[in-house]
Design a protein around this ligand. Structure first.
Ligand code: PLP
Length: 355
């Protein structure tokens, strides 16, 4: 068995992959999930259950809609300002990495953007804490987990204006208070399901406040009015997401998986801090539980360690090109035994070096 620390897309439990494979062959009465009409009662039941499970697992209060969309988180970068940023208004953004930068770049096509703070000069190794959000902003946008740099924002910044969050890489990994947000979106492919599906959780009352005419596919209201079936939905991705949400529920839900995710991250950070060969790249208080970035004190040892780890079945730990070193992505599906395998490899490599 491989220990897959890849950043995605779509790291899901083996049992979910098996059920998904079976549904491709026979979902209902000999028909594949890929060929049944999305207008059948069977598929409507899939969407209804997925909707119910997202609401249940995240404890979504009434007054919010869960949407199953396409276009990835990247389309949300544009859809958010199109729906929430009126002519002449300004939106505030916290710049904590490449994805946050891309989000605000798209918003600039629609209206004015105010960057409240940025850690770009420090290659995004920390999350800025000292900033003010102007009270007349249309909304405040931030990225809760910075997949590339390995930082995570656990507290929702305090403000009275609508809060929008890109949760692509930490949604369903820890308990959140949805009532603090007006719009949450996430490309599904880390902790929810396969690429091709995007989840949005929208507070209904935040919509309809601006005058812009919005093309139907880009208008949250069209998707709300049509129960996420305005057009042909990504049928397979939604079904696999449902299987994964069922798996998460069977594990005890988000609070239980959060406990596991904490244990996994604490164990690996402990080893990074103890091991004389390795060091973390981010501010300790901002360390992500999902993407753990680290380098070696001696960069010349990085290639040999990568090869050594591969020999132990550990794959996907090469760091993103903008950070270098290593990135261990530890999404919900990664078992703690894989984390122990990586820790063992780091320890035995250290012993080998000492000889
Ligand atoms: N936001 C974050 C935090 C991400 O990690 C990613 C992709 O990894 C994206 C946005 C872009 O998502 P997509 O590829 O679904 O557009």
């Amino acid at each position: 068995m491989k220990h897959n620390f890849g950043a995605g897309p779509c790291i899901l439990p083996q049992e979910v992959f098996k059920q998904a494979a079976q549904a491709v062959l026979d979902f209902n009465d000999g028909l594949s999930i890929l060929e049944i009409s999305h207008r059948t009662t069977e598929f409507e039941a899939v969407v209804a259950e997925a909707d119910k499970l997202v609401k249940e697992l995240l404890n979504v209060p009434s007054g919010y809609s869960v949407l199953f969309l396409q276009g990835g988180a990247s389309l949300q970068f544009a859809m958010v300002p199109m729906n929430l940023l009126g002519d002449g208004q300004t939106a505030s953004y916290l710049d904590t990495g490449v994805w946050a930068t891309k989000a605000l770049k798209e918003a600039k096509f629609i209206g004015n953007v105010n960057v409240v703070a940025s850690s770009k000069d420090a290659n995004y190794t920390f999350i800025p804490k000292d900033f003010e959000i102007p009270a007349d902003s249309a909304y405040f946008h931030y990225t809760s987990n910075n997949t590339i740099y390995g930082t995570e924002l656990f507290e929702v910044p305090k403000t009275d204006i609508p809060v929008v969050c890109d949760m692509s890489s930490d949604i369903m990994s820890r308990v959140i208070d949805v009532s603090k947000f007006d719009l949450i979106y996430a490309g599904a492919q880390k902790n929810v399901g396969p690429a091709g599906l995007t989840i949005a959780i929208v507070k209904n009352e935040v919509l309809g406040k601006i005058d812009r005419k919005i093309p139907s596919m880009l208008n949250y209201q069209s998707h709300i009015d049509n129960d996420s079936m305005y057009n042909t939905p990504p049928v397979f991705s939604i079904y696999v997401a449902l299987l994964n949400l069922r798996w998460l529920k069977s594990k005890g839900g988000v609070a239980e998986i959060e406990k596991e995710n904490k244990q996994k991250a604490e164990a690996l950070y402990r080893e990074i801090d103890r091991n004389s060969l390795f060091k973390g790249t981010c501010a300790v208080e901002d360390r992500s539980r999902m993407n753990i970035c680290f380098v070696m004190e001696n960069p010349e040892l990085e290639k040999p360690f990568l090869k050594y780890a591969e020999e132990q079945g550990i794959v996907g730990i090469k760091g993103h090109r903008s950070v270098g070193g290593f990135r261990a992505s530890m999404y919900n599906a990664l078992p703690i035994t894989s984390v122990h395998a990586l820790i063992d490899a780091m320890q035995s490599f250290e012993e080998k070096q000492a000889k």
